[in-house]
Every structure is written in structure tokens, then in C-alpha cells.
Design a protein around this ligand. Sequence first.
Ligand code: SPV
Ligand code: MG
Length: 672
Amino acid sequence: MKALILNSGLGSRMGTLTAKHPKCMTEIAPGETIVSRQLALLSERGIREVVMTTGAFSDVLESYCRGLELPLHITFVKNSLYAETNYIYSIYCARDALMHEEILLMHGDLVFDSTVLDDVLAAENSCMTVSSALPLPDKDFKAVIENGLVQKVGVAFFDHALSAQPLYHLKQAEWGKWLSGIVAYCESGDPANRKCYAEHALNEIPDKQIAPLDFGERLCAEIDNADDLAAVSERLSALRERTVYLCFSTDMIHSGHIALIRRAKSYGRLLIGVLTDEAVVTYKRFPLMPFPERKAMFEAIAGVWKVVAQDTLSYRANLEAYRPDFVLHGDDWRTGVQQQIRAEVISVLNGYGGRLIETPYANDDAYRELEKRARAEMSMPDFRRARLKKAIAMKGLVTALEAHSGLTGLIAEKTAVSENSGLRQFDAMWVSSLCDSTAKGKPDIELVDMTSRFRTIDEIMDVTTKPVIFDGDTGGLTEHFVHTVRTLERMGVSMVVIEDKTGLKKNSLFGTEATQTQAEIPDFCAKIRAGKNAQKTDAFMICARIESLILERGMEDALNRAFAYTAAGADAIMIHSRKSDPAEILTFADRFRAADSVTPLVVVPTAFNAVTEEELKAHGINVVIYANQLTRSSFPAMQKAAELILTHHRAKECDAFCMPFQQIIRLIPEDI
Ligand code: SPV
Ligand code: MG
């Protein structure tokens, strides 16, 4: 679409205000002229091509417009006969640049509310702005409306007429007819036909399809004299008091964000809601920059009025607190997981008369490149390692899902469900010794050696970005454990969990069925200390896992060990149980928290699986590990598929519960 702005007129009714420049360069606010406002509004709405007719002071106007440095390509066309013709002839002069185009036509002295321009641009059919709320002017334009369409435009029509303004959106067909009429008028040889309004040619077109667009009481007015200027300036300053709300989760500002911010400012004072780290983590990815830095980044942007925290994905609290006149958002949220949030925004805005403005979403290449870089950064060892500690501090409770391969890692990384206007996903991955061994068809007795376990971590890390918690079994000999710590830390693992057992380790879920020896407290403390001394960064965590409840040594033993291990430097305590009743876990947590309010507590609710994350959090638990559910769900499915093939001598019967083969090839994204 091309914008056509008519600036050839003399503007003589403005008196000395137009002594040195054309009327459109009149200031309507400090640093803002009629034309600078028009051009800024156009460029903020994605218009790139402008045709501007000029007359008196054409050089002044051209250099002024170029000096605005807006991303616009402006074709200036001078009407040299500006003193003895009207804009019908200016359009005629510019006809070559206007043929076969969809046109946004406006007079150069018109000032309008940005929402009026939005409506005109969004109109599906050709339209002209009219107002049913304003009285009919004596001398200015009126539009005769019949059958819901504009029939005539001029100053002399009063019947079936509405006050009208020269702001049109003309689809190619309607504009083509009008332009042909203008050319015919100007080439008729009668000088009077170059002096009349272009609307004379419009009025002669039969079956015009131009709809009236009612701007009601909103600002859309021409400035003809000093009184108009004062009135319009006053209305504009009132418009600037309106508030427009934008919410951001991003930690990197790209051209799409800048365009959105620029456009938002055209509606009023810009209030930015920055999603808190916790809110970002729940729906997107871990923020590269923490909330205070992201907030400061937006505060530093010119023209931003205020930056506030948005604690949840839901806008409700901030909309109710600040009651912005507008909320601006990309139209991408009409579908997908944000649909519910959008519906809530609309309902809250409707409650007090606010308005949602949606802009075409700019998911451009530059943005995709930035997102890719962010993901790459997040998967780097230093960043990934530090994320677990940060996530615990940020959320209070984090969840981890078992992963024992690239595929299960991707499931832990990408699975998300929507819930209460938000999203839920896992925060971390648990590289379980049980599942890693099971995937290799081996028993969980520290038989799969560390080199192989590291290989599993590597496979997972290769395709994911979330933090990894490593099940380190007993940690092995202290002399070996220090090396394990160094390797894990270098790889970017966030936490190793070692359990206080010695001798042949068997899986804890066997309980007392398997003979297990619990380590002596001083020996295990020495292992913890050695591990802590070996690590190089602050971010890496060593978690001491207590087996007292599994081995039925009692609560006091568990608590004594917890305090001894923490004193030895353990960064976290895992308390394990194989009872289906979570009571002993909760008692342990309560008693531990009475003495230690900071050391993170970790649980693996495989047996006590009815307890919810919320209940665990209420008892001071910080990390919940879902340790084996992917293995346990996939194993029976695979076994059933194998049996069905054997039974039926073919694969057809097992297809019903298989992923369609068309999907399996798309399961793994080419680019993670
Ligand atoms: C594992 O997943 O390997 C664990 C947790 O160590 S448990 O199986 O419950 O012992
Ligand atoms: Mg294990």
C-alpha cells in the first residue's frame, strides 16, 4: 500500500505560521509537526512507500522529511502550478507513481488519533472517514451516505450527510476509477477542472464502493487556522495521557520489539510489564538475563514511561492495577498456548473500556537467529551448570524428569502442558542409574561404568538445554569420586547425588530385601568434603542422599546424617523412602527445616506418588525427581508391540498404539 499525502496547498489561512514553510510543518507539540506525526504513524504501521505532493517551500519540506530519517521511501512530486490549481492537479502530476496501487490518501493538514488510522488501514473495503458524532460543518467536507456507501463528497451537501475528513483507504479498483476521473478532469482543457476538489471526479463515478468509516468523537481534524491548531494541540496532549501496556519476556531486543515499542508509543504513555524470571521459566526458556537486568534494559529505552513486574503469564493483576487504555500484542497469540491469556485480557479490558490492539507478529529471521543463539548459549556448560541453583532460588521447587538417552532428554526438554493461563514444563533432567542401566539391559549395581554413564550424559546434553542432575550411585571410592566431580562439572552437569552406601550397591526400591551396607557417617562426610574440594565452580552442587529410611534405621539416624553431611559441605540433601505413605518424608522435611531453612531438600516420590508437588513444597522440599516413569511406561509398550507381531505374524495389529510412521520421521527436530 502506498500513502499519498497532499502538501501542495499554500495554507494562507494560517497567517505568519506558514511564512517560512508549508502548513504541514507547523508544530503541534514540542518537536512534532503535522507531517512528522503522519509519517511516524505510517512507518510504525509498516507503510514503506509514500508519495508526497509539494508546492510552495518544496525544498524546505523535502529536506525536512529526509531529516526525519524514518524508514520510508518518499517520492516528492512538485505541483509547479500550486498557486492556481487545487490538489486534483497535484494528484494528476503524481499519477505515474500512483497507478495500479492500493492507496491511503490523506491531506497534509490532517491530524488523527492513531487508532483512527489503525481502523482505516484495517478496513477490508475502500473507506472514507466520517463522524456520526460531530455536527455537520458549514464549509467543510460532508459525505452523502446512501445504502451504507459514500455517494458524494463535498461542502455543499447536507441531506443524508455526515461530517467527513479527507482520509481514505482506497483499494486498487476504486482508486483506479477515481484516478482515471482525475486525469480526465485535468486533461479536459478547462482550467476550472484543475481548480476544483478531486472529489468532483469521485462524485461522478457510478456504483462507487466506498464505505463510511465512523471515527465518532475521536480526533481526526484538519488544521486550517490558528484556532484549529490550538484545539488540536490540546486534544493531542490529552491523548498522550492515555496508557498503553506491553508485556515482555525477552532478554534480547530485536527489530520486531523495537517496531512494537515505537508503535505502542503512538497510543500514549508506554507502560511495560516485564515477566519475572519465574514466569518466564514456566512458559519459555530460562532467561539469559535476570529480571532486574531485563527491567533496567527496558527502562533505558527512550520514551518508555514506566516498567513494572508482571508476576504471572496472566495480565489480570497489572491490568486491574494500572487500567491501561490499550494493550498491544502480536497477533500470534490468537492461536496456541496463549489463547486463554488473550481471552482473559479481552475480558478484563472490556470490564473497564480498554482496547486490545494486535499487530502482525514479526517472527523474522533475525529473531529466529537470536533465539538460536540464546539456546546455544543455554546449552553451554557454564550456563547450564548454574541454572539449577538459580532455578531453585527462583521457584522454590523445581521438578526433574528421568532421561537416559537423547530421545528421553528431548521429552524432558520439550514436554509442556497448559494450565490456568500458563504453561508447565520440567525444569531439569535426572540421569538415573536405574534407567541408564535398564536401557543397557544391565542391573542397577554400578555395573555400567562411569565412562559409559558420561556418554549417556553427553548424548542428552547434545540435544537439550535444561540442567542435568546426575545419579552418582555411591560415588565409588573417594579417590575416584573426585575425578567424577571434575568431569561432571566440566561437562556442565549441575548436581551429582551420591548415596550413603558401601559395598555392592543395589537399587533402593528393593529395600531390605537386598543386603545393603550404609556408609559410616565420617567416611561419607570425608567423601563429600573431597568432592567439594575438587570442584572448580560455585555453581556445581553435591547432594548427599540418605538411605536410613529405606534401610529402616529410623528418623533420628536420618536427621543426624543430614546435619553431619551438610556440615561436611553437602549442597543439598536427598531423603529417600519406599513407603507409599509420604508421612516419614514429610516428618523428616519438617524436622530438618526446623533447624536448617536453606539447604535444598530433594525427594524421589516413586513409591509415595500420591503426594503433590504443592504439598511437598509446603514442607520445604525443593527438588522433586520423577526418576523412572519414562522407562516404566515405554517398556510395557515395547513388550506389547513385540508380542502382537509374534501373535499375528504381521505388524498391522500393533499399529493402533504406535506413533504413525509419518510422525516418527518428524519427531526429532532437525534443529534443536
Ligand atoms: C535411580 O533412579 O536410579 C535412583 C532412584 O537411584 S531410586 O531408583 O528410587 O533408587
Ligand atoms: Mg540410582
